[in-house]
Design a protein around this ligand. Sequence first.
Ligand code: IFM
Length: 446
Amino acid sequence: MQRIVFPKNFLWGVATSSYQIEGAWKEDGKGESIWDRFTHIPGKIANGDTGDVACDHYHLYREDVKLLKELGVKTYRLSISWPRVFPEGKGSPNKAGMEFYINLIKLLVDNGIKPAVTLYHWDLPQKLQDIGGWANKAVIDYYEQYAEYVFKELGSMVPIWITHNEPWVVSFEGNWQGVIAPGITDFSTALLVSHNLLVSHGRAVRLYRKMGFKGEIGITLNLVPMYPASQSEEDIEAAKRGDGFYNRWFLDPIFKGAYPSDMLEWYSQRVVVPEITREDLEIINTPIDFLGVNYYSSGHVKAEPGIWPLDAINVPTGRDKTDSGWEINPQGLYDLLVRLHKDYKGIKIMITENGAAFNDIINREGNIEDDCRLDYLYRHFVEAHRAIQDGVNLKGYYVWSFLDNFEWADGYTKRFGLVYVDYATQKRILKRSGRWYREVIKNNGF
Ligand code: IFM
């Protein structure tokens, strides 16, 4: 077996997000988020689960940082809960909420772990949803005010910033499919939300630079390489639309200063497309230091007239699947990275999420021998390494996730962690994949 060695200083990490692990949903002055509201509506989440307690990280963060240290990660990606810091979304900050993040980040820094902080990982203050949420341009101003306060408080300690996590999911799952908060089902609203999210991203990047910090700032996109199901002209065109929908709709304005014209035309013929000004595009096109890539699976697209919104469907290829039902395609990661490198001029990339849900079982010795997850990570690491060998500027890799946690509409039914969480007792157990990852980090390869 060939030895895989990553470049020196490669940033190995793990990732989480505020709502998925913190709990303490109404403690120390925290305001209600759209996820607090959504999860309390019967029928929205598997088993009626909520993030009210989650992994209780708000109270157990000291123990969790110890675990991170034991894992040996170089960096830890977390997100800030906006309503913990601004209960109303705007106005006066809640000092106690900010204090939690100051303490957590100080502890990480003291332990030699680089914090990577996401400003927005889906938990919008409900008060802002009450005025239209991301479909209301005023929310961009409030986001900028929130970002300014967070930069001021944490900017000197945090070297890596991410403006948004997965704006595709926020826009389309939250505002068209309605399967996540805020649960709206209108395609034009989803498009408007996607545009406003991108403008807010550009505004935060400009603000960060204006405030004079020396760290790096980027955005995290969930990207899905799209393959045609056959070599027919129709399937090739359908896969191109799939690529436009998931990938280029976000990548092109950020890196090229323009939305893809084929998608603009496609949408304008079918729905109301948001007004897009030259100034908006310039803001979105503000240079960033890195692109965060979340990769889980690939798409295999077949033309299917009449299927909204792309006249296309995704077809199974027969590959193995994770517990989330997502096909496992490590080579898709390689293809995606190489394509990003080529189409977006050698941009610096960090994999900000990659990982898998599997049904973990505690054995008679109290261990979790999660071979499937280990194998998933192994095969994706091999492909990431191959991409680096082929010239891709990949600098870091965050496994999703550090802990088992609240998996949105799936509640606690899907476990992604390197660390098992017994939700009844809040006991943490490092899984075999976690023990293996610790060795990968130590050896900078395997
Ligand atoms: O749990 C999520 C995370 O919040 C965003 N990216 C995908 C993960 C797995 O579904």
